[in-house]
Ligand binder design. Sequence first.
Ligand code: GLA
Length: 398
Amino acid sequence: MDRLRRFAILGSALLVTCALYAQKPYPTAAQLSPTPPMGWNSWNYYGTKVTEADVKAAAKAMVTSGMKAAGYKYIIVDDTWAGKRNAQGIIQPNSKFPNMPGLIKYVHSLGLKFGIYSSPGPKTCAGYTGSYGHVKQDAETYAKWGVDYLKYDLCSYGKIIYKKAGHNMAKWRAMQEAAYSKMHKALVATGRPIVFSMCQYGTNSVWQWGAKVGGNLWRTTGDVRPNYARIAHIGFNQAGLAKFAGPGHWNDPDMLEIGNHGMTRNANLTQMSLWSLLAAPLIAGNNLADMTPATRKILTNRAVIAVDQDPLGKEANRVWQQGPLQMWVKPLEGGAKAVGLFNVSYNPHMMTFKLSMIGFPADAHMRNLWTHKNVYAHDGKYTVKIPRHGVVLLKVTR
Ligand code: GLA
C-alpha cells in the first residue's frame, strides 16, 4: 500500500513537471516587441466620441488601405470604453462598446491585434473607470477577452501619488515604478502575451526605469497635437534618448497625427521621417476609413517604415545642428545609415550634407526615401534645398 502511494505521488509529480515544461514560457520583451509597435489608436481622431462601429471601420480600413500589408497591426481603443464594474467587480464596457469580446474577435479575424486602455488610478484621464483596486482582476479580464496590448495611463493616480509624495521626486518615482510594475506582473500572470505601453508623459525620466518595470514602450512627452510646432517640439526634444531604446523597450514620443486636420504636407512628412529615425512606435491616429491618397502614401511608404522597423533597433541621434537646420542619423542593419535633413524654419534653406560627417566615403550610394530616386554627391558633398518645415530623408550605403 505504501509503495503504491509512493508510486502515485511520484507519477503525479512527473505529470506536473511535464505540464510545466509543455506550457509556453512568457515571451521576453524582445520577443514581444522586437521592433517598435505599429498600429492605430482611436484617440487623436475620435477622442472621447469613439464607438465600436468606428473601431470596426478602422480595422477594416487598415486591411483595405494596404496599411496591414505595410506592417501596421494593433487596433487600439483609447480612453472612454470603460463602464461600471459588476457585482463581482469585473469591469464592463459602456454602451458605446456593447460587445467587447465580439469586437476583439472581429479584429483578430482580420489578422490584426487588439489594444485597450486603462489607468492605475480610480479614473482615466477622461473620467472613466480605471483599474485602481482591481489590477489583477482587470488583467485577467483583458486576457480573457483576447487583448494583445495595454496602454496604461497615469491620469488620476497622479493625485494619489501627490497626496503621499508631495514634491518628493524620489517618492514619485518609487510609487510610479510600483504601480506600473504591479500591472505588468498581473499581465504576465495571465500567461497571455500583452504588449505593455506606459503613459505617464515622460515624467521622472521614465526612460531610465521603464524597461525595468516591464514597459515595452513608454511615452517620453506630453500629448501630441496636430500641428507642426508641436510635432517639432516633441520630436526634436528626443535628442539624447537613443541609448534607452532597443528591441523590446522603446521611447514613445506619442502617436502619429499624419492626415489629421491642422497638419500640413511638410508636417506629415516631418513626423513620419523623424518618428522612423527615432525608432518610435508608428501608431496612426487619423480616420483610416476616410483618408486621402496622399496620407495613405505617407503612412505606407515601405522604405521609410523599414527605417523605423530596422532589426538593429537603434534610435537616431542628432549629429549636427546649425540654426534651424538639423541632421539626425540612425544606424541600420548591414552598416547602412538613414539620414534626416530637417529645416524647422518658416523659410526654405539650402543644406549641405558631407558624407564624411557619417564616416562614409565620397562615392557612397544615396537614395531619397520620399522621391524614391538616387541622389549624387560632388566631392563627397550633397547640397539640397529643404522647404520650410521640411525634410529630406536619405538612406546611405557604402
Ligand atoms: C492622456 C494621454 C492621451 C490619451 C488621453 C485619453 O492625455 O496622454 O494619449 O490617452 O489621456 O484621455
